[in-house]
Design a protein. Structure first.
Length: 311
C-alpha cells in the first residue's frame, strides 16, 4: 500500500497567514518565523500535493482557484485542531491557558481596563490575547478560528453562535454645553437636529444601534458619518461641530473629562444596546466562556453608573 503524505498543521498555518496578510513578510511575522522559512514551507506543501497554490510575482501574491479552496479547508482543519487542544484545557482548571478574544472598538477602551486587572488577579493562569476589530471582522474571526470568543453589542447578526448577555448599556446624547436648555432629564429623538448629528462611520454597529433607537429615518439620510472612534467624535462635539451618541460605559470611563461637552440620556423606546459575549456553538470551552461572561457582567454592573441627569 502506497504511503500517503499529509500536509502538516504548520504548513496550513503558513498558507492561511499568507492569505490573511497578502504579503510573505507580514505572514511570516504573524507566524513568528522568517520569511524564508515560510516560503520554504509553502513550497514543500505545493510539492507534496503536486499543484500550485500561490502565484508569486514581485509585487502581488495571488492565490489560484484551487488555492482559495484549500485555504478554506485549511481554516477548518486548524480550527478543529484548536478545539482538540481546547478539549484538554476544558478538563483542567477553569479559565486557564490561552484564549483569544475579539472586542469591538466601542467597548474595548472602556470596559477592558475594568476587567483585565480582575482577571489577572483571580485567574493568573489565563493568557488572554485581545484583538480590537469592528463587529463584522470580529464575527468573521470567530467563525474562521482566529478568535475564540467575541465581546460585542447586540443586536448584531454574528451567525450561528452561543450568546451570553451581560448588561444593558444605555445611549446618551452628547452636545456642546448649553445647546439643550431646560431642566428635563432626557433628550427625545425629535429634539435632535439631523443636520448636526455626527456618527461613527460604516462598520461600527453603534451607529446602527443609535439610529434604531431614535427611529427617525431622516436621521440616517442626513447624519454625518465620519468618526473613526468615540474619542474623535467627542473632540468634534467639543469644537462645536454637532452632537453625537455615546454609550454609558464611555461616559462612566470619563470620556468627557476635560471637555465642554454635556450628555443626557436618550429618551426612546429602546434606548440602549446589549453587551454580550458570543462563541461558536458546541465549543468544548463553553464552561470557560460562561465563567468569563459572569466576570464581565459583574465588571459592567458594579461600575459606578453615570448620573442620569448629567448635563
Amino acid at each position: 500500500m502506497a504511503q500517503t503524505y499529509l500536509p502538516t498543521l504548520k504548513q496550513l498555518q503558513y498558507l492561511v497567514a499568507l492569505k490573511d496578510h497578502g504579503h510573505f513578510g507580514r505572514a511570516a511575522e504573524a507566524c513568528f518565523v522568517t520569511q524564508s522559512t515560510l516560503s520554504a514551507g509553502l513550497r514543500e506543501l505545493e510539492t507534496l500535493i503536486g499543484v500550485v497554490l500561490v502565484e508569486r510575482t514581485r509585487r502581488v501574491v495571488r492565490f489560484t482557484p484551487l488555492g482559495e479552496r484549500i485555504v478554506d479547508k485549511a481554516r477548518r482543519v486548524l480550527r478543529e485542531a484548536d478545539e482538540l487542544a481546547d478539549l484538554a484545557r476544558a478538563s483542567g482548571r477553569p479559565l486557564s491557558g490561552e484564549m483569544r478574544m475579539s472586542v469591538i472598538p466601542t467597548i474595548a477602551p472602556f470596559l477592558l481596563p475594568r476587567i483585565l486587572p480582575r482577571l489577572r488577579r483571580d485567574y493568573p493562569d489565563l493568557k488572554l490575547f485581545l484583538r480590537e476589530e469592528p463587529s463584522g471582522a470580529a464575527c468573521e474571526s470567530l467563525h474562521t478560528g482566529r478568535t475564540d470568543c467575541v465581546l460585542l453589542a447586540l443586536p448584531y447578526a454574528c451567525g450561528d453562535v452561543e450568546t451570553a448577555p451581560l448588561f444593558e448599556d444605555r445611549l446618551f446624547v452628547a452636545f456642546p454645553e448649553g445647546e439643550y436648555h431646560g431642566d428635563h432629564r432626557a433628550v427625545a429623538p425629535n429634539e435632535i437636529d439631523e443636520t448636526r448629528l455626527l456618527l461613527l462611520e460604516d462598520g461600527h454597529c453603534l451607529k446602527d444601534h443609535a439610529l434604531a433607537a431614535c427611529n427617525r429615518p431622516e436621521l440616517r439620510a442626513e447624519a454625518t458619518m465620519l468618526g473613526t472612534s468615540l474619542h474623535t467624535m467627542v473632540q468634534m462635539v467639543d469644537n462645536g461641530l454637532g452632537v453625537t451618541m455615546l454609550p454609558e460605559m464611555a461616559l462612566a470611563a470619563g470620556i468627557l473629562d476635560h471637555t465642554h461637552v454635556s450628555a443626557r440620556p436618550l429618551e426612546a423606546d429602546n434606548p440602549s444596546r446589549r453587551i454580550a459575549l458570543v462563541w461558536r456553538k458546541a465549543s468544548p470551552r463553553e464552561r470557560d466562556f460562561r465563567l468569563l461572561a459572569d466576570v464581565l457582567a459583574q465588571a459592567g454592573l458594579s461600575a459606578d453608573r453615570v448620573q442620569r441627569d448629567a448635563a
